[in-house]
Design a protein around this ligand. Structure first.
Ligand code: PMP
Length: 427
């Protein structure tokens, strides 16, 4: 049993000593003290099914023993910067990651977060092309540092800082977008931004394969391949942000971009790559990677031995436990059950996503698509009361984000949907 500080004490310290911008979920925030695979435990030993943490941190399950062991073993031997000496952990993990990539994508730069990975990717695109302009999608999230906050395109996550050389294209959102599911039409907007908003040449295009923070938005079919053609025609690089959709989550493929049938020039990743430890990466081709030799370039802890040993263990667990296949099978099952729930509850406007990256959008009027902002909070609280944790997102905050660890089972899915059903019936 847990005998550490309780929620009230932590809240008091938080309000006094931590950033006032911190937020938490739930009216009475949870003090989570333990994690085990798809479960989290609070200070009273109460168990919760975690249908959200898969994206924030954990892909193969909380405290997966193989990952813990790899990190401990490495930490006992050495934990150091990556700058000055050789270490096998970083090289082994880079080789293993590269083996998961298509084409010539095989040079890895390690970082400590998704923001850092995307910052580096944007800089590489700018250096390689000699251009400054970047195109990203409205409703996207790419990070919160100088460049990535510019690429991020939701006012909820942006401060009023100078945004340099970023253009935000129409979001190819099949549910709310102006052109419905017509990917080609949205792609024309990218062409128009290049023609009418730039010199005619750009550094690159960055996009998530499925928008995560934006509310599990799948890009309209045909969009990515049409846009990649347009970008390459003007000499720009295509960047795939796989921070959320990567690492087997979409089930049908290891990487989200593969579901769109494209091969990017640069791929960025973080979150699930380390199963909870801070690590990110940028992967590109040997030719593009050359641009970073123009100056000395390093990242003190990017690719450090403990994190790369952990990341490598994550990759092995995904393979050993067939987690991609599990994401496909369990994800399809869960999505079907959620679709059936949509027939029962008028408040569910849309069910979408791939594998174990699913979204349920709540609306008070299916025709007007009025965001059900208050109702979603209510359902979330009710679900928590019944032992289920789920995420929330989207510009209006009215989309359930269902992104469990990839070890989620059919039984978990049944429990999840039954609990959601009861919570919605109480509205
Ligand atoms: N890209 C995407 C798609 C993300 O969802 C996030 C984080 N929500 C980031 C980048 C930034 O990652 P980090 O918070 O690790 O900097």
């Amino acid at each position: 049993p847990y005998d550490g500080p309780r929620a009230e004490e932590i809240l008091r310290k938080r309000s006094e000593f931590l950033s006032p911008s911190l937020f938490h979920l739930y009216r009475k925030p949870l003090n989570i003290v333990n994690g085990r695979m798809q479960y989290l435990f609070d200070e009273d030993g109460r168990r919760y099914l975690d249908a959200f943490g898969g994206i924030a941190t954990v892909c193969c399950g909380h405290c997966h023993p193989d990952v813990i062991e790899a990190i401990i073993n490495q930490t006992k031997r050495l934990q150091h910067s990556t700058i000055f000496y050789l270490n096998h952990a970083i090289a082994d993990f880079a080789e293993a990651l590269a083996s998961k990539m298509p084409g010539d994508l095989k040079v890895v730069f390690f970082t400590n977060s998704g923001t850092e990975a995307n910052e580096l990717a944007l800089m590489i695109a700018r250096l390689y092309t000699g251009c400054h302009d970047i195109i990203s999608l409205r409703n996207s999230y790419h990070g919160n540092a100088a460049g990535t906050m510019g690429a991020t395109a939701q006012c909820n996550w942006k401060f009023n800082v100078i945004q340099s050389g970023v253009h935000h294209a129409l979001n190819p959102d099949p549910y709310r977008g102006v052109f419905g599911a017509d990917g080609e039409k949205y792609a024309r907007d990218v062409k128009e931004i290049i023609d009418f908003g730039t010199s005619g040449q750009i550094a690159g295009f960055i996009s998530e394969s499925i928008q995560g923070v934006g509310g599990i938005v799948e890009l309209a079919p045909g969009y990515m391949s049409a846009v990649y053609k347009i970008i390459r025609n003007v000499g720009g690089l295509c960047i795939a942000d796989e921070v959320q959709a990567g690492f087997a989550r979409t089930g049908s493929h290891f990487w989200g971009f593969e579901t769109h049938g494209v091969v990017p020039d640069i791929v960025t990743m973080a979150k699930g790559i380390g199963n909870g430890i801070p690590i990110g990466a940028v992967i590109t081709t040997p030719k593009i990677a050359q641009v970073l030799t123009q100056r000395s370039y390093f990242n003190t802890f990017g690719g450090n031995p403990a994190c790369t040993a952990g990341g490598h263990a994550v990759l092995k667990v995904i393979d050993k436990e067939n987690l991609q296949q599990n994401a496909l099978v369990v994800g399809s099952y869960l999505k079907n059950r959620l679709k059936a729930l949509q027939d029962k509850h008028e408040i569910i406007g849309d069910v979408r996503g791939e594998g174990l990256m699913l979204g349920v959008e709540l609306v008070t009027d299916r025709h007007l698509k009025t965001p059900a902002k208050a109702e979603i909070l209510h359902v979330m609280e009710e679900m928590k009361g019944m032992g289920v944790l789920v995420g929330k997102g989207g510009f209006y905050g009215n989309v359930f984000r269902i992104t469990p660890p990839l070890c989620f089972t059919k039984e978990d899915s049944d429990f999840f949907v039954d609990v959601m059903d009861i919570a919605m019936s109480k509205l």
